[in-house]
Design a protein around this ligand. Sequence first.
Ligand SMILES: [Ca+2]
Length: 212
Amino acid sequence: MKMKLMTGVATLAMALVAPMALGQILNGSFEAGTGADADSWTRFGNAFREANTPNGSFARTGTHSMKQFGNFSGGFNVTGAFQNFAISTGETVSASVWAQTLAGDRMSGGNSALLKLVYFDANNVEVAFAESNRIDATTTPDTYIELTASLGPATSNVAYGQLLLLHLQPAVAGGSVFFDDVSLDVEAVPEPATLTVLGLAAAAALRKRRQK
Ligand SMILES: [Ca+2]
């Protein structure tokens, strides 16, 4: 009986520790969409779903990727695309995207491109954020590199998360970037308090059984 009880508690603890994949990013490879619109993504500025052409294969996988470049307004231009994802208190998130700049339209000046993760509260106010490594003027062209970012346990006031792919153009420098193969992983983090409660519950149950 004792063994059986302990096995039950262990199973419960494992269930709490096991990673949970919630709020996965949809259409991370940009294969689904109509023209410049990529399904599931909200775009702003100069962000376009791009099809491979007979003259060039820009996608890392499949036949489509997302191309971004500056707005050339003279001010600080931000172009991008984003998706929201579900996240609960105590969960952490890590994300990845592959990106490249082509030699023929290489990122220049102060331009850069990155992946950004943000936690928002119920009033759409930013609670926390994390930024990835970047594609910029120093990045080797014509080569897809991985950009990664992660954000720690969501506090109780976090309502949802957002993943953004961004192209930043501080001035009027040229250069575009192609994004492909976005992935996002949300994982539950066991809180020490939860495990302590489980431990106390198991001990109490054992005591109860011994008393019988
Ligand atoms: Ca693709």
